[in-house]
Design a protein around this ligand. Structure first.
Ligand code: NAD
Length: 317
């Protein structure tokens, strides 16, 4: 990192998700500076102190925190995690109204303190928030995107890896669509190594019959609720997933990530933010990838787009 230009990550919200993103970025040495902003004065100071107390054990970096948004000045990327989270039994879409109002208030301040930043949305419902942030900010679509189904895809890959006793890094599969109930698993283009999943028959390495697939996907859909039920929030996996996106942006890596971006004529779908595999680099979302889909997967993606669009329209956007 020492030979790379100095970079700064600004994180809005020092709750379970924001603080864990900061921690993951610190451990991996993603940026020279990490700044946390939260309206909870004591909370943001406490998280900042705790992160700084571990500085001896991580690559050199500066961590600042404040209840003054100017702490985010000059950020290269602003990560939005502030807002209400789901209570047990609540869907992500149910918290859209309150989190939209937070965006309405905070976006002018973000544009003032970090006019050149990429805006990465994590607050739920993330696809709706991404669209709202894009409209309110007027920034180019490439620079406003959401963490989308990066987390869902990592849960999916983990479960397939477990089922087949294969390292998760060798599982290549995407969840697309909404980060939420209408998301779609792209089984037809999934592979382990270069073996398409529908041809996976390795003795001693699991089966992916239809019933196994149904169980895996159901577990992905119920993953967040399961974790929230047990500990009140999800933070570690989302922290790592967002850290991975930040690394890809700040190190200009051109990784393929299923982030939530504004689609314009993607398989005929337009004017909605949802996840499909995208090329991500220092400029943000460079392009969407034309991933093969069967008829059911494409129909599912369309239904997911309609569902997100409905919520966005109900909020007046
Ligand atoms: P949390 O309640 O622990 O933290 C939220 C923080 O936001 C609090 O510290 C609060 O003080 C702060 N906040 C509220 N309004 C603010 C404002 N106007 N300005 C600055 N700070 C403000 O919640 P959490 O568990 O960290 O979750 C945060 C969000 O992330 C939720 O919407 C949750 O649903 C979402 N989330 C998204 C994903 C994903 O994959 N996209 C995964 C997990 C959680």
């Amino acid at each position: 990192m020492t030979n790379e230009p100095s970079t700064k990550i600004g994180i809005i919200g020092a709750g379970a998700v924001g603080a864990t993103i900061a921690y993951a970025c610190l451990l991996r040495g993603v940026s020279h500076q990490i700044s946390l902003y939260d309206i909870g004065t004591e909370k943001v100071h406490a998280e900042t102190l705790d992160l700084n107390h571990g500085m001896q054990f991580v690559p050199p970096a500066q961590v600042n925190g404040s209840d003054d948004i100017n702490v985010l000045a000059g950020s290269d990327v602003i990560v939005m995690t502030a807002g209400a989270k789901q209570k047990p039994g609540q869907s992500r879409l149910e918290i859209a109204g309150v989190n939209t109002e937070i965006l309405r208030k905070i976006i002018p301040d973000i544009l003032r303190v970090a006019p050149d930043a990429i805006l990465l949305l994590v607050t739920n419902p993330v696809d709706v928030m991404t669209y709202v942030a894009q409209k309110l900010s007027g920034l180019p679509p490439a620079r406003v995107f959401g963490s989308g189904t990066v987390l869902d895809s990592s849960r999916f890959r983990y479960l397939i890896g477990q089922q087949c006793s294969v390292a998760v890094q060798n599982v290549h599969s995407y969840i697309v669509g909404e980060h939420g109930d209408s998301e779609i698993p792209l089984w037809s283009s999934s592979s382990i190594g270069a073996v398409p999943l529908n041809q996976w028959h390795v003795p001693g390495h699991g089966s992916l019959a239809e019933s196994d697939r149904n169980t895996i996907f159901k577990d992905v859909q119920e993953a967040a609720a399961q974790v929230i039920h047990g500990k009140g929030a999800t933070n570690y996996a989302v922290g790592l997933a967002v850290c991975n996106i930040l690394e890809c942006i700040l190190h200009n890596e051109n990784r393929v990530l299923p982030v939530s971006s504004l689609l314009q004529n993607y398989r005929g779908i337009s004017d909605v933010c949802l996840s499909v595999p995208c090329l991500v680099n220092r400029n943000g979302v460079e392009d969407t990838l034309p991933v093969p889909m069967n008829v059911d997967e494409e129909a599912g993606l369309r239904a997911s787009a309609n569902r997100i669009r409905e919520v966005v329209r109900s909020l007046g956007f």
